[in-house]
Design a protein. Structure first.
Length: 273
């Protein structure tokens, strides 16, 4: 029994540590992607670069952007969503596909007969398009991805929590070891897990309030439409998405605190082996 709990908690630590860390790394990578795109390098390109060099640079920028879009589409398609969230995802997928078509058009132009001045115009057009449209769209897309990835982690953690809690109860019933401390740890873990769920729910609810333009206002939503419009008017859309990102990060930190407690339980059980 003891070895069984140790095995369960050990597996939990490996799984959750890697998964939670990946989400935070993903969030940090997205911030970098939004704020430090390869287009910034194009602005610093020396005037002495010839036409072919400029074409290669712009082509590389487009290839990187296409890879980013493919990654986003793949992540969006992983989730099993209800009808409303499917509409949001479909809108994002459509917008991403349109952007890919735009990139393909640029690549065709680059492969044709163009001048250095044409390249400069295309690079500026691409930069402006990202700053005016894609950056805000990217935040919304990546926040949606993070919300549902965090939701998936919560399901895993809740399952582990239930299993370990049941095993601790068996130990207490059989008087194999003293479980008072383990029960205290479980109570602390449950609190962190509840906080993680709360932050995730707040992020998801706030996110949904910013997407009425995609879904439209249904009869069920009409009662709260005024409230939603007021919230959006009071805050800039970018600030709302930043708030959502912060709530997701708080949720992930609470999940980390949960598996830290499982680690302590793991060490406690080792003393009896």
């Amino acid at each position: 029994m003891l070895r069984n709990i140790l095995k369960i908690s050990g597996m939990f630590l490996i799984l959750l540590s890697a998964t939670a860390t990946s989400k935070i790394c993903f969030a940090q990578t997205l911030d970098i992607s939004i704020n430090k795109t390869a287009l910034a390098k194009e602005e610093k390109t020396e005037e002495s670069l010839d036409l072919e060099a400029r074409k290669k640079i712009l082509t590389k920028i487009i290839d990187t952007a296409q890879s980013e879009i493919n990654g986003l589409k793949e992540k969006l398609n992983r989730f099993d969503l209800n009808e409303d969230w499917q509409k949001i995802r479909d809108e994002f997928l459509n917008n991403l596909s349109n952007l890919q078509s735009y990139y393909q058009t640029l690549e065709e132009k680059i492969s044709g007969e163009i001048t250095i001045e044409d390249i400069k115009i295309m690079a500026k057009e691409l930069k402006d398009r990202r700053e005016k449209n894609y950056t805000s769209e990217l935040k919304k897309i990546t926040n949606m991805i993070l919300i549902f990835e965090t939701e998936d982690i919560l399901k895993i953690v809740n399952g582990r929590m239930n299993k370990i809690s049941a095993d601790v109860k068996k130990l207490a019933k059989q008087n194999l070891i003293k479980t008072d401390v383990l029960k205290i740890y479980l109570s602390q873990a449950e609190k962190h897990l509840k906080n993680a769920e709360g932050y995730k729910k707040d992020a998801k609810d706030l996110y949904f309030k910013t997407i009425d333009g995609i879904l439209g206002i249904t009869e069920q939503q009409e009662a709260t439409s005024t409230e939603k419009e007021t919230i959006i008017k009071k805050e800039d859309m970018t600030e709302i998405q930043d708030s959502i990102r912060n709530l997701i990060k708080e949720s992930i930190m609470e999940l980390r605190a949960t598996y830290d407690i499982f680690f302590k339980m793991n060490d406690r059980i080792k003393k009896y082996l």
